[in-house]
Ligand binder design. Structure first.
Ligand code: NAD
Length: 337
């Protein structure tokens, strides 16, 4: 195979960017896109000069397509992912793999049974800052990791405004750090306790913030903090941090200020995104581009994608344990599950 021929399913916030990137990546060709909202799909197709398929069933029937990128909302991954696996198409599936444990396992099982790649888009695995910290932990220079702390805060005008009552802070946002924590620690979580608050987003019936603690099998602990109710005027879309303490060292990632400050009378102070999907002259760069390129290379060169399907399933299981702890106001014991 000289190039990977790709179709994008769902062209909302993320799918538009996937389609844009695939239309320009080397060693790959964007064959077409589809969205339930056909007007939206036509507009995206016109901009990047590609074809619109009627629905994902029609797209998956095409012999011209080797792989699909699935960018539909979190709770709708099962249908297109299983259909793509059965059609023998390699799959890039936006995170989280699913919102229900059984669905996550079915998707992973179907991909394996049909011998197709399943790449779940936890894009922070392609963020150089987290990768550097991971290398440092792996090298042993920090010793045994005893604590890990993560933070991911964003303005109320982002997630809650975009997803409304369908937004889920743990499965949509926290799952990024849950995946990173499991990847950094490489230890089994045995106990979870979490608390949430809903005041600013109460009318939508969704949470503002969550604090979760995780106990690992060797006694080490994790603390995860999320909030998507920061004021609209907050200068960055994502105020994220990670800190690890080991028996021989300390490591920290700080993603809030990325080195560029723009301050104007009209917009106030802004820290623009330089990491995930900054756009320069119509081209999207950043870790999203790295992730999509990693997917293409994993097919062309039979390389491993950064996240295994099993890791994606495990991150959903831990996310669901956090939700269970909040809903039942209890400590969730994972060792007995
Ligand atoms: N990696 C990240 O940082 C990141 C950021 C945001 C969203 N996401 C993920 O991307 C995925 C999509 O989120 P979004 O923000 O783009 O949502 P969105 O609501 O903006 O877009 C989803 C699109 O899918 C379409 N759709 C739904 N069902 C469909 C179907 N059966 N066939 C074709 N189209 C269908 C909808 O019409 C909509 O246009 C989610 O899994 C989300 O968690 C990832």
């Amino acid at each position: 195979m000289k190039e990977v021929r790709i179709g994008v399913i769902g062209t909302g916030f993320m799918g538009k960017m996937h389609a844009n990137i695939f239309s320009r990546l080397p060693n790959c060709r964007l064959v077409g896109i589809t969205d339930k909202n056909s007007r939206e799909a036509s507009e995206v197709a016109k901009k990047i000069n590609t074809r619109v398929f009627k629905d994902y069933e029609e797209l998956l029937l095409s012999d011209e397509i080797d792989a699909v990128s699935i960018c539909v909302s979190d709770a709708e991954h099962l249908g297109p992912a299983v259909a793509a696996a059965k059609a023998g198409k390699h799959i890039l599936l936006e995170k989280p793999i699913a919102t229900i444990e059984q669905e996550a396992e079915i998707i992973a099982k179907e991909a394996a049974a049909n011998n197709v790649k399943l790449a779940v888009g936890h894009l922070l695995r392609y963020d150089s800052r987290y990768r550097m910290l991971k290398y440092s932990i792996e090298s042993g220079e920090l010793g045994e990791i005893t604590t890990i702390y993560t933070r991911r805060n964003s303005p109320i005008s982002d997630g809650p405004a975009r997803y409304g009552k369908h937004g889920n802070l743990t499965l949509h946002v926290a799952v990024h750090d849950i995946d990173l924590v499991l990847w950094m620690m490489q230890k089994k979580p045995i106990r979870v306790h979490a608390e949430s608050v809903s005041i600013a987003n109460k009318s939508l019936g969704i949470e503002d913030a969550i604090f979760a603690t995780i106990k690992f099998e060797d006694g080490s602990i994790g603390c995860l903090q999320y909030n998507w109710a920061l004021p609209k005027s907050f200068p960055t879309h994502i105020d994220a941090k990670m800190q690890v303490v080991g028996t021989k060292g300390f490591g920290s990632v700080d993603c809030s200020d990325q080195g560029v400050w723009i301050c104007s009378d009209s917009e106030g102070l802004i820290f623009p995104d330089l990491t995930h999907w900054p756009e320069f002259s119509g081209q999207i760069a950043g870790d999203l581009r790295e992730e999509l390129s990693g997917f293409v290379n994993s097919i062309l060169h039979e390389e491993d994608f950064a996240i295994t399907p099993n890791e994606a399933v495990e991150s959903v299981k831990l996310a669901l344990a956090i939700i269970e702890s909040i809903e039942n106001e209890t400590v969730v014991n994972l060792a007995t599950k």
